[in-house]
Every structure is written in structure tokens, then in C-alpha cells.
Ligand binder design. Structure first.
Ligand code: SF4
Ligand code: SF4
Length: 438
């Protein structure tokens, strides 16, 4: 079997056995639901409900704040308790709508806007925008913007990121096994937007059951193929995924559309299907709750806005004191200290580990071993970039292509001196990205 891959990368312990065989369970929150008005890249959504108002599950509660933005919908029924800043997983305080959940889950009626065959390209994109869909793999870029490139006829690949290369995460794996029809249906809808494109379901080869199932279900779809990618982190990073599948390269100043590609992850494509074919806005997602500190690791279907604290309880709580709690995967997730933060559109996992090897060790001086360079998929020199950051030498950081880092964490992972390479590079990238935005 041909192996599609990229240069660099690592093979960390994947921890997926803890939750991969746990079918998706519906999780019904009891406590308040918190909806940050920024769950996406772009302008803050604008609240359209008032304190004291009763809302239904599936009702729009915040309107899109611009073209690059996304509306927000209630995922439970209840009364608007407050509109105030609340803490989110990044540690920031973000203006949020707080619903007192009445546990009735009384819902609006979901109906597709029109039969799919009658929908034009614009109708489909509008429906996706109206449903509040954003990149659910973590980036949060509004999907309708991604699906509206300047020259749609030049798109020749629609790639579904089914790699799920982050250790411990199994939500996409379960989706592929349990709802492959919705995944393929979502891809077919997206392909309707790009008449010259073919679809690729790109799966790492550590999921042979998903590859076999998707191949079987797409056997008669001439415009869709299933690719087995070499299992290696970060195979699912956008640039690495595009390169592995097409041999085309993009840099930090380019978009996938510049090389004829559109990339979306599994949950996002399923959300597209549910919006267009079923008329459902984005109000839930699959979240893996896992780690050796968790009593019963599993995969939940979670209403957006639910609290991580309740979610941890639903998995039986912690059997051992966690040394580290992460929202997301161990490589790119956010460490948190308080579980009272909400699940958002971009939440993928709650990971609780009893050992925190990296943070426990003090960083030492670089021994020039070159391991960070070897594994860097961005083909930059992490040790040198970190030196520039330590001297706050912005010019040198940019000249040495610091913006080509995809913040994958591979360099920190392999560094024997335990230097906080990714953290340092990430902090400088954040400053540079803010400058670019200005
Ligand atoms: S420099 Fe960036 S892209 Fe390269 S390994 Fe480190 S985090 Fe990954
Ligand atoms: S891996 Fe660590 S010790 Fe080795 S060259 Fe890179 S920064 Fe230096």
C-alpha cells in the first residue's frame, strides 16, 4: 500500500486504547450552559437575547459579527441568566451568554431549508454560514469563508482530515465508525461547491477499520477516494496533510486554496451534513474524555456550552490526582487549572494525566544535538528560533522563517535539554500575527 507522508514528525505514545473502543454516549448537562461570543477566528458574535428571556435548544442567541465570524445557537433550553465575561480554556475572559439550563431540552423544529438537489452553491454556503459552523479541529476558522475561495473552479482537491494524529484523541475515530454516512454525505455536499474537485478521505493507517469501512461505502463514488496515510504526528496539520496527499507545498503566507485545496476535519464535515441535509445548526460536538487519571475514559456527544467539570464527572471523575489537565490533545492542547470552563465549537478532548514529565523538569542549556531540527515538519531550526525569542530579536526570528512553525510541539517533545522551544516560538508568533493583523 502506498504511504502518503511528509518530512519530519514524531511517533509519541498514542494512548488511544483508553477510549477508542468506547462508543459515543449522549451527555446531557444539568448545570448552566456558557456560550463565549468568540468561539471562532474573526469578529465577536453579537448577543441577540436579553437577560430573563427563555430560549429553546437550537434557537439563535448570537448573530454573526461580520463576514469572518459565526452565529451561536443555544444547545439547551432555559433562561438567559447573564451576559458577562467568563473564563475560557485559554485562560482569557470572554464575553459570554449564560443560560440557566432547565433540563427540558425543549427544541425548535429542525428542518432542511430545501431539498439538496434544489440548492444552489450560494444556498449551500449560506446555510453553512447560518448554522454557525467553524473549523472544529481546533482552528475555529469560519467554514463558509473557507468554502468561498476567490476561484472555486481552481480547487481540485477537497481533503477531509481524518488523520486524528494527536495522541489520546478518539472522537473522529468513533465518528468515522459510527456515522460514516454523515461524513461521506458532508463531503459530497462540499464537492457540489467545487465542480473540478475530487474528494479525499485521508486517514492514518493506524485506523485500518475506518479505512476499510470508508472504502466499502465509497466504492461506487468515482469522485471520492480513501487514502491511507503513514501514522506520524503531525500528519493532520494542514500543511503536512496537503503535502502528503498532493505533493503541493504552502507556507504561512498562503491559503490551501492557493494550491487548489480545501481542507476540513471530520466533525466539521459532519456538521455541514447536519446543517444542509437536516437543517440543524452547530450545537453539539464529540469530545473524548481520557487519560490515566480518568475513571472511565470515553467519547461523549456534548452540547456546546456544557462545563468540563460536569463532563469529567460523567466519565466517573478522577481515580488518581491528575498532574496535568489539558483541553485538547497533549501536543497542541491548553493546560487548565480550573475545570469550570465551557466546551466550545473547537473543543476536542479533556485529558487528565497523572504524570507531567515535561513541566517537572527544568530546562537546561542546548547541547546542539540537532534532534529538534530533524523532527521539525516546518523545516525551520527550532533551537535557533528559540534563541532569537530569548533575545527578543524579531528581525532574526522572521529572517529564519519563524512564521513557518505550525506550533506542533515536536521540537519540545524530543529536546533532551527540555527547552520550552514550542512555547517560546509560539509566543513570538503570537506577537507577529497580532502585528500582521494591525
Ligand atoms: S519549530 Fe514549530 S513546526 Fe517545528 S517542531 Fe517546533 S513547534 Fe513544530
Ligand atoms: S533538541 Fe534541544 S538540545 Fe538538541 S539542538 Fe534542539 S534545542 Fe538543542
Amino acid at each position: 500500500m502506498a504511504k502518503f507522508t511528509f518530512a519530519g514528525g514524531i511517533h509519541p505514545y498514542d494512548g488511544k486504547d483508553l477510549s477508542k473502543d468506547k462508543p459515543i454516549q449522549d451527555f446531557l448537562p444539568k448545570g448552566e450552559a456558557v456560550y463565549p461570543l468568540s468561539q471562532h477566528i474573526g469578529a465577536l458574535a453579537q448577543a441577540i437575547v436579553k437577560t430573563g428571556e427563555r430560549v429553546l435548544k437550537g434557537q439563535k442567541i448570537a448573530e454573526s459579527g461580520g463576514f469572518v465570524s459565526a452565529p451561536i445557537y443555544a444547545s439547551v433550553s432555559g433562561i438567559v441568566k447573564a451576559i458577562e465575561p467568563r473564563r475560557v480554556v485559554t485562560g482569557d475572559m470572554v464575553m459570554s451568554i449564560i443560560l440557566e439550563n432547565d433540563s427540558q431540552f425543549e427544541s425548535v423544529k429542525f428542518e432542511p431549508e430545501a431539498p439538496l438537489e434544489d440548492m444552489s452553491r450560494e444556498d449551500i454556503v449560506n446555510c453553512i454560514r447560518e448554522a454557525g459552523i467553524v473549523g472544529m479541529g481546533g482552528a475555529g476558522f469560519p467554514t463558509h469563508v473557507k468554502l468561498s475561495p476567490k476561484e472555486p473552479d481552481k480547487i481540485d482537491y477537497v481533503i477531509v482530515n481524518c488523520a486524528e494524529c494527536e495522541p489520546y484523541l478518539t472522537s473522529d475515530y468513533r465518528r468515522m465508525l459510527e456515522e460514516p454516512d454523515k461524513l461521506i454525505g458532508g463531503l459530497k455536499i462540499i464537492l457540489r461547491l467545487f465542480q473540478n474537485a475530487r474528494g479525499i478521505l485521508a486517514v492514518e493507517d493506524n485506523k485500518p477499520d475506518c479505512i476499510a469501512l470508508l472504502k466499502k461505502l465509497t466504492a461506487n463514488e468515482t469522485g471520492i477516494s480513501v487514502r491511507a496515510l503513514k501514522t506520524k504526528y503531525p500528519q493532520g496539520a494542514e500543511r503536512q496533510l496537503i503535502y502528503a496527499n498532493t505533493g503541493r507545498k504552502i507556507n504561512s503566507a498562503m491559503l490551501p486554496a492557493d494550491v487548489g485545496c480545501v481542507v476540513n476535519n471530520v466533525d466539521t464535515v459532519v456538521a455541514v451534513y447536519r446543517a444542509v441535509a437536516e437543517g440543524r445548526p452547530l450545537i453539539e460536538r464529540i469530545v473524548t474524555v481520557t487519560g490515566d487519571a480518568v475513571a472511565h475514559p470515553q467519547n461523549f456527544r456534548v452540547p456546546i456550552g456544557a462545563s468540563y467539570a460536569e463532563l469529567a464527572e460523567a466519565a466517573g471523575g478522577f481515580i488518581k490526582q491528575p498532574a496535568k489537565i489539558i483541553c485538547g490533545g497533549p501536543m497542541m492542547g491548553f493546560s487548565i487549572f480550573d475545570l469550570n470552563v465551557p466546551v466550545t465549537k473547537t473543543s476536542t478532548a479533556l485529558l487528565a494525566l497523572t504524570q507531567d514529565d515535561v513541566s517537572m523538569m527544568e530546562p537546561g542549556p542546548c547541547i546542539n544535538c540537532g534532534r529538534c531540527v530533524e523532527v521539525c515538519p516546518g523545516r525551520v531550526i527550532p533551537s535557533r528560533l528559540a534563541d532569537h525569542v530569548e533575545h527578543f530579536d524579531e528581525e532574526a526570528f522572521l529572517a529564519d522563517h519563524g512564521m513557518e512553525c505550525c506550533e506542533c510541539g515536536c521540537c519540545s517533545f524530543v529536546c533532551p535539554a527540555r527547552r520550552h522551544l514550542t512555547q517560546e516560538i509560539k509566543s513570538m508568533r503570537k506577537i507577529q500575527l497580532a502585528k500582521r493583523k494591525k
